[in-house]
Design a protein around this ligand. Structure first.
Ligand SMILES: C[S@@+](CC[C@H](N)C(=O)[O-])C[C@H]1O[C@@H](n2cnc3c(N)ncnc32)[C@H](O)[C@@H]1O
Length: 243
């Protein structure tokens, strides 16, 4: 029996009362808001939003210029948000079914702050892909992972009253970076969360691929031309009077 076994019941049934010190998110939101293009109403989604404090930090700066959505699997956090932050649209559900929970909506900023670790490694990648898919064009993805938690391992990283957590899958980084640009990366002190902001790349025209295809077509045609010229020459040579 593992020391974590008593807590397995909390997998998909998070019950922890996880409170951050007041104002924890304020300096982070103050920096990150500069990367948002707020020339129209924007939308922000926090996946694993806890008690809504990160969304509240953005609300303090952006007010009604943004709409705010928070997903959590914990009913007690939903109750707290409804009572404390009426501007947050609370969504009760599992991040693994993110695409279904948000019903075809897209977002200008999607946040996942220390929440992927509540899933097994392979499921973390599925959520990362779902988050990328629900970003608006030029949308931002904000991830926060802890460096020394980032390693290949299927074993539980830590567990306690109300929660169970796994290490972060190192493949999260290449999964995100294949279709986005890193804008910002900083580690918070003294707690050591790496906060990384990515901008989804616009649907780029695959210039290299198009160039390769055109080159192939030209060379292929030239080869055929050369081949047919050779055949024609041989035929002409074979005709009466040919030499
Ligand atoms: C450690 S707290 C982090 C809260 C907040 N992001 C922060 O950094 O303060 C983890 C959050 O993830 C949520 N959570 C845990 N497992 C989840 C799951 N499978 N789907 C959705 N939310 C989940 C919890 O309800 C909680 O809000």
């Amino acid at each position: 029996m593992s020391k974590h076994d008593p807590y397995l019941k909390y997998f998909h049934n998070y019950q922890e009362v996880y409170l951050r010190q007041e104002g924890f998110f304020d300096p982070i939101a103050e920096v990150l808001v500069n990367y948002l293009e707020v020339n129209r109403q924007i939308s922000i989604l926090d996946v694993g939003c806890g008690h809504g404090d990160f969304l509240s930090a953005f609300h303090n700066i952006l007010g009604s210029k943004a709409s705010y959505f928070g997903i959590t699997i914990a009913q007690h956090e939903i109750d707290h948000m409804v009572a404390t932050y009426p501007f947050i649209n609370p969504i009760l559900g599992n991040q693994q079914t993110l695409a279904k929970l948000i019903d075809n909506q897209t977002f200008d900023l999607v946040i996942n702050f220390h929440t992927l670790s509540y899933l097994r490694q392979k499921d973390q990648l599925s959520v990362v892909n779902q988050m990328l898919n629900i970003l608006a064009p030029r949308g931002l993805l904000l991830l926060s992972l802890i460096d020394h938690w980032t390693k290949f391992s299927s074993t539980i990283f830590q567990a306690g009253e109300g929660y169970i957590q796994f290490p972060y899958n190192p493949l999260i980084y290449p999964t995100v970076e294949k279709c986005s640009t890193k804008l910002y990366s900083k580690t918070t002190k003294p707690d050591g969360y790496r906060v990384i902001l990515y901008r989804k790349a616009q649907n780029q025209i695959p210039v290299k691929a198009i160039f390769k295809v055109i080159t192939f077509v030209i060379i292929n045609n030239l080869c055929h031309l050369h081949f047919f010229k050779k055949v024609a020459r041989r035929i002409v040579r074979g005709l009466p009077g040919g030499n």
